[in-house]
Design a binder for this molecule. Structure first.
Ligand code: SF4
Ligand code: SF4
Length: 365
């Protein structure tokens, strides 16, 4: 198996402290010993030594959400996502991917999305939004997850942003950052090509507001590493909303409603931003924190994985609800479409989940 020296070194540098064992949201959901960073590294080193076959560890690589909770806790300071993504590339190049991954890649080839064909309602809504918001200097980079699975939230975001800034638009040629292809295949020629095409489309705009922090992190880190640069100014949705509120372009009222932020791992750990979501809550209500917050935040769901391991994703969302319920948090505010969709699908009676933009929209003066 061909992986870089750095990835190999990271897979083999474990000190067996087991600090990663209790933090993996997937292992915590399905109770499987193979679902933590240490176990994944061990499997990779077995393949390197020739005692295990690549195809036999493929499923375990696709059971990782890349949430980085393990890296945040690892005493050796390593990041398992490095070898996991390189191993995925090898799996794809050698044609050893599990059938369910092949199906998602076939969807991508035939419909341009790993999720396959969109349902009719979502398709019509998207088309309506594309027509209504077809022209502007500021682009909302909706991203693959929101476009395919949470179009209603996008509609609310466009409504809100258009109240605050004069020219917001959607552009379907700029919606595919290459994230899902990267998640499934790692850094392949096709992934980099897709990212480059998206960057070209983004550069037609003065400013780009990225809806999904996971894709914002992908642009800031992976794109940069691949030498893909942007002329357009790129900001996250939280930053844009705060800016509009602070500059009185969006007027909000403060109430005594308690909101609990579901920190998204990309904002909290990869973009080092644990404040923007809470600052937005403070503008309109009161912050009530749940268990495991800021950099210790737990994943609440991942939509690509939901396509092939829905039962585990259900348990991941339920575990997160448990963290909220234990602290009496009634209304969760999400920063990412994956977590919004999956927390909503598994919402306990008497509880509520809304997006950051929905919260602001509900509290306009
Ligand atoms: S990145 Fe997240 S899902 Fe993957 S091994 Fe680490 S903690 Fe588990
Ligand atoms: S936290 Fe790091 S060093 Fe400790 S067991 Fe996990 S992978 Fe190994």
């Amino acid at each position: 198996m061909k992986i870089s020296d750095k990835a190999r070194q990271q897979a083999e540098s474990c000190r067996f402290c087991w600090m990663c064992r209790h933090v993996c949201p997937i292992g915590n959901a399905d109770g499987q010993e193979r679902n933590n960073a240490r176990a994944r590294a061990l499997m990779v080193s077995y393949v390197i030594r020739g005692t295990e076959k690549l195809e036999d560890i493929a499923t375990n690589m696709y059971e990782c959400s890349l949430c980085g909770a393990c890296a945040n806790n690892c005493k050796t300071g390593w990041d398992p996502r490095l070898f996991i993504q390189e191993v995925k590339t090898q799996i794809i190049l050698e044609g050893k991917e599990p059938e369910y991954i092949r199906k998602l890649l076939d969807n991508y080839s035939s419909c341009g999305a790993v999720f396959g064909k969109m349902d009719k309602g979502a398709q019509q809504l998207l088309q309506k939004m594309q027509e209504e918001y077809s022209d502007g200097k500021v682009l909302l980079l909706a991203g693959e997850m929101a476009v395919n699975k949470d179009a209603e939230s996008l509609e609310k975001t466009l409504k809100l942003l258009s109240k605050g800034s004069e020219s917001i638009c959607l552009d379907k040629s700029a919606d595919n950052t290459g994230y899902s292809l990267w998640y499934l295949t790692g850094k392949t020629k096709e992934t980099v090509e897709c990212a480059r095409k998206c960057a070209e489309a983004l550069n037609k705009y003065e400013k780009v507001v990225v809806y999904n922090p996971v894709e914002l992190s992908f642009i800031r880190h992976e794109w940069k590493e691949w030498g893909i640069t942007l002329k357009a100014r790129v900001v996250g949705l939280n930053e844009e909303l705060l800016d509009l509120i602070n500059n009185d372009k969006l007027k909000v009222r403060k109430s005594d409603i308690e909101y609990s932020l579901q920190d998204n791992f990309a904002y909290a750990r990869e973009l080092d931003d644990v404040t923007s979501g809470r600052q937005l809550i403070e503008k309109v209500g009161i912050v009530k924190d749940m268990l495991l917050i800021n950099k210790e935040a737990n994943l609440a769901g991942q939509l690509i994985m939901n396509e092939y391991m829905p039962n585990t994703m259900k348990l991941v969302a339920k575990n997160r609800w448990m963290n909220a319920m234990n602290m009496g948090c009634k209304t969760l505010v999400t920063e990412n479409p994956d977590e919004h969709v999956l927390l909503k699908e598994n919402v306990p009676e008497g509880y509520k989940v809304i997006t950051v933009e929905e919260m602001v929209l509900d509290n306009l003066a």
